[in-house]
Design a protein. Structure first.
Lengths: 197, 582
């Protein structure tokens, strides 16, 4: 945007001239600027801005934030506990000491809990093995293996590829179908108190 | 034509929905998952919708707790309803479908829940069916908002033993929730599911073979016979007989084990409370499955933990042995029987609460033998349906019993499509076959139908004029077939309340339309619910006897429709099987 310079009327001009005299005298810098204006240079605010379009390639280095420890969504954890309690009385089982009961009692209870927990797992998750090779078989692991999926153990050295025995094929969740909830406020109530009236 | 074919298995204990896209060339039948409440404020999508409706107490839930993807509800349908019903009484409705066939209760009578608390508003069986269907419709709209179900080809399954009135009620309930549906019999749907799995079904079947379909659901057993016939040089299929409505199913088996264990516990001095019975049923079902799937296992422990937080304290423990299971289930439900042996009727108590007419003879094999003897047919192939047959021991026992029943004749067991979902799947396939062509099973009326006609006689004090039954529609009459006209004329009373009596034959011998069964031999027919209506008098004076001729036809939707036509004018009256009186 350009701005027009407004003219100054005679009286302020008359008195202002005395001030300008001393200012001109006192400052070399000011005097130099006045000379520039006198020679016809325009002030920046008066001049039409020139638009310079220039395409430049920006190579930005993004700084990756150092990993910080974060809490996972606790609602999901609470819901899973709710489901396990509802179907398998999982919390009841773990909150009770089993020291005083015989293996037979615990075994019988474990069967029911197993049925319930398995139902929850099957209903809400699709779980598959990470590595489909059979357990205890020899497998090859490439040098650029995914460390999340494979954990090398034993005498790990060199650059690979590595060959070793599959101790445990691992588990991964390929699909999650958790129930929807209307309100996440009361998920901390894993099971309401039951009152028979 | 809609974009999808939809099959709805409206089961007594569970409902399921399958669908396939009509644009798909290859057969791709998929299950619809049904969102339902599984706890307060928690919605889960499951492949089955338990056919239970629960009417909660005002303070039982927050308003936000009963939110489904399509909005708030005031009554709960599905898994949560079933669960709540085991803990609270007087608020749960179950097996609503079985009431549609009840001989003494009108479907529009508000009687459910049967044990309703005073503050619970009772509703009619027809309303419950509507609520269940509406839930399924909403589940569809939720997943396919751009293809309204009212524009799709929908097929609903009904038990083969449903009488015309029960079919009409199902049809009407579907219409009320905006569905344009056809009906198909459940065993037939299971057979269609089998057909959908075969690349060439003619390889497995030969001419003049009979296929027995045994469909044992949670609460009902349904039998049907399908025959392969040669028609114009190629094989075609006909449904030739259906069994009667048998209220006996997988739930009876679980109950048997429960009561056996409860008896065992009672001997030890432990008496069970109602909540323990349901816990025991659940636990014995699991034990049964373990024992049946592993014949080497000699016994399984059944534990009912206390309702308190301790799993061990006050828990009830019983042992179910392999021998018990075999004796109770195999000998109780699948005993060795001879052909023609009839189901036994226990002596009934004079008074009983109004409830469903449960079967008194639990022997499924005996029901099969009675059915086969009645129709005098020896099947060579058997198709099983229902979760009960997941147990290989039950499958093999039934196969053996059938072999003996038919004097060692070779009976081949067809491989069922899926024991739990076959009905919904088959219904979808049927919808597709109807629209796009494919092998159809010819299935007309499942019995001969008769209407009661009073014969004139001189007045005798204390004697009502005898009623003869005249056949109005014969077995095998197909949908969309030409109207059948009765040869004689009748007099119809108009403008006044009159009662019509209807009868149904017990076997599948085709009767000629117009054939009269005299009042003395009415015993050979089973009477259906009478209909009491007032027909519009039109231009006739009230109470006039109008000369009419009767026609019968089966509508496109498979409903039997009787029409009376005035011989003197264009007036005609429709006598529907829809309205039923108690």
């Amino acid at each position: 945007m350009t701005q027009k310079i407004k003219t100054v009327s005679f009286v302020p001009r008359f008195f202002g001239a005395f001030g300008q005299f001393f200012k001109y005298m006192g400052s070399g810098d000011y005097a130099a600027r006045c000379q520039r204006v006198a020679s016809g240079d325009l002030l920046a605010s008066e001049a039409e801005p020139t638009v310079i379009t220039e395409t430049i390639d920006v190579i930005r280095e993004i700084e990756v934030a150092a990993p910080t420890l974060d809490t996972v969504n606790i609602d999901g954890a609470h819901q899973l506990l709710q489901l396990l309690q509802q179907e398998a009385r999982f919390i009841d089982f773990l909150q009770e000491s089993i020291d005083d009961y015989t293996d037979e009692d615990v075994g019988a209870a474990a069967r029911q809990i197993h049925v319930g927990c398995a139902k929850v797992l099957k209903q809400h998750f699709t779980i598959e093995v990470v590595n489909t090779a059979s357990e205890s078989s020899r497998i090859e692991v490439p040098s650029d293996y995914d460390v999340k999926q494979i954990k090398l153990e034993g005498r790990v050295e060199g650059l690979g590829p590595y060959s070793g025995t599959l101790i445990h094929p691992g588990w991964k969740v390929v699909d999650t179908r958790l129930p929807k909830v209307t309100n996440t406020d009361n998920l901390t109530i894993l099971a309401p108190a039951e009152v028979e009236v | 034509m809609g974009d999808y074919f939809i099959g709805i298995d409206l089961g007594t204990t569970h409902s399921a929905v399958y669908y396939s896209a009509s644009a798909d060339d290859s057969l791709n039948l998929q299950a619809l998952t049904i969102p339902q409440l599984t706890a307060a404020g928690r919605v889960d999508s499951l492949p089955l919708l338990p056919s239970f409706v629960y009417f909660p107490h005002g303070t039982e839930f927050l308003e936000s707790d009963l939110q489904l993807p399509w909005g708030k509800v005031t009554s709960i349908v599905g898994q949560l309803a079933r669960e709540l019903g085991t803990k609270s009484s007087g608020r749960l409705v179950q097996s609503a479908k079985s009431w549609l066939c009840h001989s003494r209760v009108n479907v529009d009578e508000t009687i459910l829940p049967v044990d309703a608390l005073d503050e619970v508003q009772k509703v009619s069986p027809a309303i419950i069916i509507e609520m269940l269907l509406l839930h399924l419709v909403n589940a569809w709209s939720n997943q396919f908002p751009n293809t309204p179900i009212s524009e799709q080809n929908v097929v609903i399954t009904v038990p083969a033993s449903f009488d015309p009135a029960a079919r009409a009620i199902t049809e009407k309930a579907a219409e009320k929730v905006g569905l344009k549906t056809r009906l198909i019999e459940e065993p037939l749907a299971a057979f269609y599911a089998w057909l959908s799995d075969q690349s060439t079904w003619t390889d497995s079947l030969e001419v003049n073979e009979h296929i027995l379909v045994v469909d044992v659901g949670g609460g009902t057993t349904d039998l049907s016979l399908i025959q392969t016939v040669e028609k114009e040089g190629s094989l075609s299929l006909e449904r030739v007989a259906v069994g009667r409505h048998i209220l006996l199913g997988g739930d009876n088996m679980d109950m048997t084990l429960t009561y056996h264990l409860a008896g065992q516990l009672a001997q030890k001095g432990t008496s069970l409370e109602p909540w323990q019975i349901s816990g025991l049923t659940q636990a014995s079902r699991e034990a049964k499955e373990r024992l049946l799937s592993n014949p080497d296992l000699s016994e399984a422990t059944v534990v009912v933990p206390s309702r308190g937080r301790s799993l061990f304290n006050k828990s009830i423990k019983a042992t179910l042995t392999q021998k018990d299971v075999q004796q109770l289930l195999i000998d109780g439900f699948f005993p060795e029987v001879q052909l023609g042996e009839r189901a036994q009727n226990a002596v009934r108590s004079g008074l009983s609460k109004i409830n469903l007419d449960y079967e008194s003879d639990p022997a499924i094999t005996r029901h099969i033998s009675e059915f086969l003897a009645l129709h005098n047919i020896k099947p060579t192939k058997v198709l099983l349906n229902g979760g009960v047959f997941n147990a290989s021991l039950i499958r093999s026992t039934l196969e053996e019993r059938l072999g003996n029943l038919l004097n060692g004749a070779d009976v081949t067991m067809l491989t069922p499509s899926h024991l739990d979902y076959a009905v919904a799947k088959g219904a979808t396939y049927y919808a597709q076959v109807q629209a796009q062509g494919g092998v159809k099973v010819k299935s007309g009326l499942a019995a001969n139908y008769y209407i009661g006609v009073a014969s004139p006689m001189p007045a005798i004090p204390g004697m009502v004029p005898p009623v003869d039954a005249i056949c109005v529609a014969s077995f095998g009459l197909e949908e969309g077939a030409d109207e059948q006209m009765l040869p004689n004329e009748f007099a119809l009373v108009v403008g006044e309340n009159v009662t019509f009596r209807f009868f149904q034959s017990k076997n599948n011998e085709i009767e000629a339309v117009g054939k009269t069964i005299s009042s003395f031999s009415l015993g050979q027919l089973s009477e259906l619910n009478p209909l009491s209506i007032c027909l519009d008098a039109g231009h006739y004076p009230v109470g006039e006897m109008v000369r009419i001729y009767l026609t019968a036809r089966v509508t496109e939707l498979g409903l039997l429709l009787l029409q009376a036509h005035d011989t003197q004018s264009d007036l005609s009256w429709t006598i529907e099987f829809q309205v039923r009186e108690a």
